[in-house]
Design a protein around this ligand. Structure first.
Ligand SMILES: NC(=O)c1ccc[n+]([C@@H]2O[C@H](COP(=O)([O-])OP(=O)(O)OC[C@H]3O[C@@H](n4cnc5c(N)ncnc54)[C@H](O)[C@@H]3O)[C@@H](O)[C@H]2O)c1
Length: 453
């Protein structure tokens, strides 16, 4: 779609119920410089902060973290770039200090990069304070959290974007163009997931200079994600991190935009990897060797779509393995698989042979990457973190719909509590709620198709 068409679509959507990301007032509309705050300036917050600091259209106005070391590092990043020191909140350890930051009336947007258990409450508070939200994955923990975040967004009209960066990966966006040009024919089956050995993230020694590995501590004795993320592996069993895998698959299949998830189930393997890691690295007598982890090492979730596609997600974070999100996008005329970096298109590729995907990706390179690829170089996760921040800021500046909006956020993230329910019921197949209340039938694709964001 051409930019002109996008703009007219934007204005047609404004004022309609389809326009779930519209600003309530004109807080940031038409501004060329935004005052942005951040809640949670840990390892991820600092990566996103780097993207904010290097933009001329952003003033990092306020930062909040309850861990003084993390907060200090973040302030240092801003001042080292020659920018004014932001106001700070939370150094006294008050978990609700962020509310004073939101109520200061001085923010055009806030990034939430805290532990998962805080995302829903913080987003709701921000939306009620009329501060637009860019929220790190996930949207909430329980299913009720998801309904509450959706309800707050719809009632306040404050924009909400899930900062799902994998949707902006260069190959993922090239494949989006391939899908939309019909290269793979009619889509039939997709796969993705989060296949990332996180054992050295879930355990460390608690040393603030060594966030990854070097020990088997977690909880109060751990540092960064080991402080909070590991507890989710102790207590929960489900697809705990769905959006990196489902985000691109949902884009390809137009979920909430002419298509929807109808059914879901999840199967979990036994939980053996984390215990084995603790015993091998901390010894059988380490207190954490007695921890019973609930999270199955491989959780396989299957989704059925209204248009007849099936999607499989795999969550695999507790066993040794090289990183791969395991994408597969398959239709009546061909497919892409990311693990072997290959494409096959019937009638163009040699029969029964793979093409090197790079040739296809060059041809279908997305205009966003063509335009901003050099700027994105050096940004986190191979450049995609540039794009996710860019999208949030540009949409706010234009008072345009959030590219990954509240319906996407809630639908993708709710896979977690639904998968937990399915597993708890003996791998039962469940109906998938329609969070759009029927609007999925008429909503149009609105993101990642032109060269702006
Ligand atoms: N999109 C990605 O690629 C990506 C990568 C890594 C992490 N993440 C997400 O980012 C989020 C943060 O992860 P992280 O790796 O930075 O973890 P982290 O533990 O390093 O940072 C979280 C920070 O939040 C702070 N915090 C906790 N409660 C708070 C409160 N009530 N008020 C203010 N600050 C509070 C902690 O002190 C900590 O500094 C998570 O949701 C994680 O899933 C996303």
């Amino acid at each position: 779609m051409k930019r002109r068409n996008f703009l007219s679509l934007g204005s047609a959507l404004a004022g309609s119920a389809l326009y779930a990301g519209a600003m309530p007032g004109a807080a940031a509309a038409g501004r060329d410089r935004l005052r942005i705050g951040m809640i949670g300036t840990g390892m991820r917050g600092q990566v996103l902060l780097r993207e904010l600091v290097r933009r001329d259209d952003v003033e990092v106005a306020a930062l909040c973290d309850i861990e003084p070391i993390m907060l200090g590092r973040a302030v240092q990043m801003v001042t080292a770039a020659g920018k004014p020191a932001p106001a700070t909140f939370g150094e006294n350890g008050d978990g609700y200090a962020y509310r004073r930051m939101l109520d200061s009336g001085k923010l055009d947007g806030v990034i939430i990069a805290t532990p998962w258990e805080w995302h829903a409450q913080m987003a709701i508070d921000a939306m009620q304070a009329k501060v637009p939200v860019g929220c790190e994955v996930v949207a909430g923990v329980s299913l009720q959290d998801h309904w509450n975040v959706l309800d707050a967004q719809l009632k306040t009209g404050t924009p909400y974007m899930l900062l799902e960066n994998v949707c902006y990966r260069r190959d993922v966006l090239a494949v989006l163009r391939m899908v939309r040009s019909g290269l793979f024919g009619e889509l039939v089956h997709l796969q993705g997931g989060y296949q990332h050995d996180l054992r050295a993230v879930k355990f460390n020694s608690g040393d603030p200079t060594k966030p990854y590995g070097g020990g088997v501590e977690f909880g109060a004795k751990g540092w960064s994600e080991a402080r909070w993320r590991t507890e989710h592996s102790v207590r929960r069993n489900g697809e705990l991190y769905p959006s990196h895998g489902i985000g691109p698959c949902a884009m390809y299949t137009n979920i909430n935009r002419g298509n929807r998830f109808t059914r879901i189930n999840a199967f979990a393997s036994k939980a053996a990897g984390l215990h084995d890691y603790v015993v091998r690295n901390g010894g059988e007598d380490h207190p954490n060797a007695r921890t019973r982890f609930q999270l199955g090492d491989i959780v396989t979730t299957t989704l059925a779509c209204d248009n007849g596609e099936t999607i499989i997600l795999q969550h695999d974070t507790s066993l040794p393995r090289p990183y791969s999100l395991g994408f597969r996008v398959q239709g009546t005329r061909g497919l892409w698989m990311d693990l072997n970096r290959s494409v096959h298109v019937e009638g163009i590729s040699k029969p029964h042979e793979w093409d090197d995907a790079r040739v296809w990706f060059e041809k279908y390179d997305h205009p966003l990457w063509r335009k901003y690829g050099e700027q994105a170089a050096g940004a986190g996760h191979g450049g995609m973190d540039f794009f996710v921040i860019h999208a949030f800021i540009e949409a706010l500046k234009e008072n345009a719909p959030m590219p990954i909006d509240i319906y996407d956020a809630i639908t993708w993230s709710a896979i977690t509590p639904l998968s937990e329910q399915s597993i708890a019921l003996g791998f039962h197949t469940l109906d998938f709620p329609d969070f759009t209340g029927g609007k999925w039938r008429t909503r149009k694709p609105i993101f990642a198709f032109d060269d702006r964001y």
